[in-house]
Design a protein around this ligand. Structure first.
Ligand code: SF4
Length: 228
């Protein structure tokens, strides 16, 4: 199982505290009751967004958060997703969203290994869902990890545009409760891995007609009234 590094660090630090470990258990138990992979992914995204709302609403965060449309430093890092999230993203492609298949294949070649990923050039590390205007083409369905990737400080500090390798100066917001929820989703996942590795399992790689959908039509979230 490939866990997202930041969420895993948070989990290791806070797992002994019931106020946090209960979040992970809540997610695990709730996901067991949902049969649709797409709804499972949307449920986790909803919970992560709810926990992040409190963090993002803080006046200091509002003042110093530089993240905005077109600022895509985070989208050149290795993002881990679950198989549920992969199916959600693959549905967008199978519905007609165009992605760069050559870029996908380049990223597939390095597997889930972060060291090999960060040896790729800046251009080859860009997320397959990052549009030519540097905005996310799947924003509403973006993975949980992307929802917690928000930084404080100057945007230039987290941009890996200069040189190679993983950005070291990124100062991520503390999204601990969201991280604990993310870990619950990864514990429950059948598989997890990088966006390229996971999404490629659910799409045609040869510009052939998309495989038959396994799930129903897209629905509005049914979790908006969930009390956390
Ligand atoms: S899914 Fe969207 S937000 Fe996440 S890395 Fe890709 S482009 Fe960025």
């Amino acid at each position: 199982m490939n866990f997202p590094a930041i969420a895993k660090q948070t989990y290791e630090k806070l797992r002994s505290q019931p106020a946090f470990s209960d979040i992970t258990h809540f997610i695990i138990e709730h996901l067991k009751k949902i049969s649709s992979p797409l709804e499972r992914a949307r449920f986790v995204h909803h919970v992560v967004d709810e926990y992040n709302k409190e963090v993002f609403a803080h006046p200091l965060v509002q003042k110093f958060l530089p993240c905005k449309v077109g600022c895509s430093g985070c989208c050149h890092t290795q993002v881990g997703i679950t198989d549920d999230e992969a199916e959600l993203l693959a549905e967008r492609i199978n519905d007609g969203l165009k992605i760069d298949l050559n870029l996908l294949k380049t990223q597939l070649a390095v597997g889930n290994n972060p060291e090999d990923f960060y040896k790729l050039s800046q251009e080859n590390r860009r997320c397959i869902f990052l549009g030519s205007d540097e905005s996310c083409q799947v924003y509403n369905d973006r993975p949980s990890v992307c929802r917690t990737n928000a930084v404080l400080g100057e945007a230039s500090q987290c941009s890996p545009h200069v040189g190679e390798g993983e950005p070291q100066t990124m100062r991520l917001l503390k999204t601990e409760r969201a991280d604990m929820a993310i870990m619950g989703s990864f514990f429950t996942a059948r598989e997890s891995g990088t966006i390229a590795n996971m999404v490629s399992r659910f799409i045609s790689m040869n510009n052939e007609p998309a495989p038959a959908k396994k799930t129903g039509t897209r629905k509005k979230s049914i979790f908006k009234d969930l009390v956390l």
